[in-house]
Design a protein around this ligand. Sequence first.
Ligand code: C2E
Ligand code: MG
Ligand code: MG
Ligand code: MG
Length: 288
Amino acid sequence: EAKRAGRNRASYFLPAMHRQVEERVAIQQGISIAIAENQLHIEYQPIVNLNNKKIIGAEALLRWHHPKRGRLGPETFIPIIEESDQIGPLTVWIIETVSAELKTLPDLGDTSKLSINISSAILNKPELTALVDEALKKVDAPNQRICLEITETSLMEDIDNTLPLLNQWKDAGYSIWMDDFGTGYSSLSYLARLPIDGVKIDRSFIRDLDNSKPVIETILALAKTMNLLTVSEGIEETYQQQELTNLGCGFGQGYLYSEPLRIEALQERLEQQAKREAHQLLQFKLPK
Ligand code: C2E
Ligand code: MG
Ligand code: MG
Ligand code: MG
């Protein structure tokens, strides 16, 4: 009886596990096909100055349109890709694509930057780090217009090995942002030593603003002392925008301003903004 139950249990669990393994293999093998067959594209979510709502840059977010399964969200496949070395070539593809698309945007000074997410799986493996670093060196987009976003957790994971690389990227002119700030465990002594330009306050705090206000205030005070810029992620409501502006957060990103956009749509927004600014400047200069 027990034996039969055991066997039944095994036959109940095995197919599910098998499917999971198959799913992983399918995604890991599928990504190189996806790159080769143009199933991937990047969407860009504008980041705005909270004081005047002007777009100052945008974050590159990966999208996979699978021929059989439709649109796949990055959170369903990136963690699986990160378990394989495929995250290296994928990130190289992202860097090349973003750099090429960056050149189609109006240059609004060094403020119109595009941010690229760099996964911890890359920072943890020297051969992948080298691959990504090489790609950054090869592309012909100005380094000053590229930001690298690295999550707090992955930055702190192996800080002694990551620090020299960050310094090197900073010296090369890239901006470096700590992503999803507040969800990891930053050591304050390290935070001061990191060559970062700013922190992105994780969406979970913005979503739960009423309860998280003390945390946000602490992060903003810390950032101010350390001379770091601040972006709030996931702003959806005007009251959140109001609170965060009052609290002194400099920048924001979220559906209130824009969903992630195709490059052409971002280009259009930036051109409209540039036109408005030129118009305002002209009105200011012309005698009435
Ligand atoms: P993230 O870097 O924190 O990116 C922000 C995520 O928040 C994006 O989700 C964005 O679409 C979403 N978001 C923005 N505004 C709002 C809002 O107002 N409300 C809500 N509910 N969500 C908002 P997405 O595109 O699904 O990406 C999820 C995560 O996947 C990213 O989190 C990032 O960790 C990762 N990811 C995306 N693209 C890449 C990539 O190219 N490389 C790597 N390594 N990771 C990526
Ligand atoms: Mg990010
Ligand atoms: Mg983030
Ligand atoms: Mg986040």
